[in-house]
Design a binder for this molecule. Structure first.
Ligand SMILES: [Zn+2]
Length: 53
C-alpha cells in the first residue's frame, strides 16, 4: 500500500517497500510493485523519487 505523507507543503507518495517518495501516486505504486517482485529498486523508477528516507 502506497503511503501518503506531507513534506513541507507537498504531498509525497511513499513506496512501502523501499521507502522512497514520489510526487505521483502511480509512480509510487509502480515502484512498490517492482520492489516486491524483484526485491530491488528499478533505477528507471527511482530516478523520479523526490523524497529519501
Ligand atoms: Zn520501492
Amino acid at each position: 500500500m502506497v503511503k501518503e505523507i506531507i513534506v513541507g507543503e507537498k504531498k509525497v507518495y511513499l513506496c512501502e517497500v523501499c521507502g522512497l517518495g514520489y510526487a505521483n501516486k502511480s509512480r509510487a505504486k509502480e515502484c512498490e510493485h517492482f520492489c516486491k517482485k524483484y526485491k530491488a529498486c528499478s533505477l528507471e523508477i527511482t530516478r523520479y523519487a523526490i523524497y529519501y528516507p
